[in-house]
Design a protein around this ligand. Structure first.
Ligand SMILES: Cc1cc2nc3c(=O)[nH]c(=O)nc-3n(C[C@H](O)[C@H](O)[C@H](O)COP(=O)(O)OP(=O)(O)OC[C@H]3O[C@@H](n4cnc5c(N)ncnc54)[C@H](O)[C@@H]3O)c2cc1C
Length: 458
């Protein structure tokens, strides 16, 4: 860490110290290069403080509550009343405390890197200015500045105290009612958490189903689960305007004339980048773009690499880490597989979890001449039958019939994100369908349902 003002020379300057930036800076420093990391907020980025980790901690707590409510009737258990509700829930998502930014900063220092705190700007080829410091990069700049919550253009919304993902993670109290704009991954995760914590939750989604980027069966499944849990869902309708006052809270007017009142409003739809503020025009890149285009070595321009959310190839922590490793290898001149995106996994951590890899059936039909799909229901599998309460889910497979391989798969159900691992491997390595059906699947596991789905491919 340095407070010196002036000019400094490094081999590499890493701009933005989220999951990918931190890894890149550390690995490059460990390899003997002199590295500067620049961070405007907290070392670690969105994931450990306002994203993956605190949201999954909240989900874990909410899932335990839901599991507790499922005990009656299981193996004769009767100790817990089916009406049991927590009297009150105080939220303390400790990640913001226990994921210590100074510890993260020390990791970089231990690897030999130097941290500059402040908002950095690219001010010329190989040059980043942060505060009064000018950092010159002999070998290159790695841009890993991520994205920030966006405010959608809804009349009256800007200026109201709506919650972003950052506010909802920092709250310590459960509101009586919560309106959630959008039905994507982050929105449905928080909707279920807060409903399980005792809030009255309504989700408004403009598309005709929840999780519109997923297989239609995923949206239907989550809508059924939400209906069972008392979460109201309005799909196929836009929020037209928002009003807030201290007495009434939020009132939303919907495009179909409907109205919605809630104490709190979560707006987690969309993220934004400020490429002009980042100064990428100084190195000949398009400042008006939404993301930074890169080649398969994560190169954006001579001596410039970009990784993570800012690249726009999947806004997931595992993508920023994957891309960081490719950029590090490219900078060090080490051989590495070029970036490939045919088997990107993603998990919506609702209960049931929805894991997906590769493309959906609809995308496959657009791109391929011969597509097969197979689907099997988890409750109909041995393990699903044993599991009983909370066993909703399915396995859906999408195959390229010409090549005889899977190109996409969804694994929804208890531990759907874990079952996804074998499907990710199958899509990634293009394992022939025949070999998948010849494999031995342990009995009675959730992943054994994959075999039934393979038999349904037609
Ligand atoms: C609620 C929520 C839940 C999520 N859950 C998951 C999940 O379960 N699994 C998953 O894989 N992903 C999840 N994500 C996504 C994940 O958090 C991001 O994909 C990941 O953090 C991206 O890493 P990044 O390094 O590209 O960017 P970021 O994590 O955004 O880090 C970028 C860093 O750059 C800094 N920065 C920006 N501009 C500058 C500048 N000019 N100068 C200096 N520093 C700058 C920022 O302050 C920030 O610290 C979730 C996101 C949210 C919001």
């Amino acid at each position: 860490m340095t407070e010196d003002q002036g000019e400094h020379e490094f081999d590499v300057v890493v701009l933005g110290m989220g999951p990918g930036g931190e890894l890149a800076a550390r690995e490059l420093a460990k390899s003997g290069l002199s590295v500067a990391g620049v961070e405007a907020r907290l070392v670690g980025g969105e994931c450990p403080y306002w994203g993956c980790i605190p949201s999954k901690m909240m989900i874990r707590a909410a899932d335990l509550l839901a599991e507790g409510r499922r005990i009656p009737g299981m193996a004769g258990a009767s100790a817990v009343s089916p009406d049991w509700q927590p009297v009150s829930v105080r939220i303390r998502a400790e990640a913001t405390d226990s994921w210590d930014d100074t510890v993260a900063a020390e990791r970089l220092a231990r690897a030999g890197g130097t941290l500059f705190r402040g908002r950095g700007q690219i001010t010329g080829p190989g040059e980043v200015t942060v505060g009064g410091n000018v950092l010159r990069a002999r070998r290159g700049i790695v841009i890993s500045t991520g994205t920030a919550p966006a405010v959608p253009p809804i009349a009256g919304l800007a200026g109201t105290p709506f919650w972003t993902n950052r506010d909802i993670v920092e709250t310590e109290a459960v509101p009586q009612s919560l309106a959630v704009l959008g039905g994507g991954t982050i929105e449905v995760e928080f909707a279920q958490v807060f409903a399980r914590f005792g809030a009255r939750v309504t989700v408004v989604e403009a598309a005709d189903r929840l999780l519109p980027m997923e297989e239609p069966e995923s949206g239907t499944l989550i809508a059924e689960v939400f209906a069972d849990e008392g979460i109201t869902v309005s799909t196929g309708v836009r929020a037209e305007s928002v009003h807030h006052d201290d007495a009434e809270g939020f009132s939303l007017t919907l495009a179909d004339g409907g109205r919605l009142q809630a104490d709190r409003l979560l707006v987690a739809t969309g993220r934004t980048t400020d490429l002009a503020g980042l100064g990428i025009g100084a190195i000949g890149l398009d400042e008006s773009a939404r993301s930074i285009p890169v080649d398969d070595q994560m190169r954006a321009a001579p001596g410039v690499w970009a990784i993570g959310d800012v690249v726009g190839r999947g806004a997931y922590t595992h993508m920023s880490i994957y891309q960081a490793e490719i950029a590090v290898s490219a900078i060090l001149g080490r051989p590495h597989q070029a970036a490939e995106y045919h088997a990107v996994p993603l998990v919506t951590f609702t209960d049931p979890e929805i894991g997906r890899v590769g493309i959906t059936a609809a995308e496959a039909r657009d791109r391929l001449s011969s597509v097969l799909t197979g689907i099997t229901q988890i409750p109909a599998s041995s393990r699903g039958w044993i599991h009983k309460a909370g066993n909703a889910g399915f396995i859906k497979l999408v195959a390229d019939a010409d090549r005889g391989v899977l190109v996409g798969a969804t694994s929804a159900g208890p531990m759907g994100g874990e079952v996804l691992s074998m499907l990710t491997l199958a899509v990634h390595a293009a394992v022939p369908l025949r070999r998948l059906t010849e494999m031995i699947y342990a009995y009675p596991t959730f992943h054994r349902a994959v075999l039934s789905a393979l038999e349904q491919l037609s």
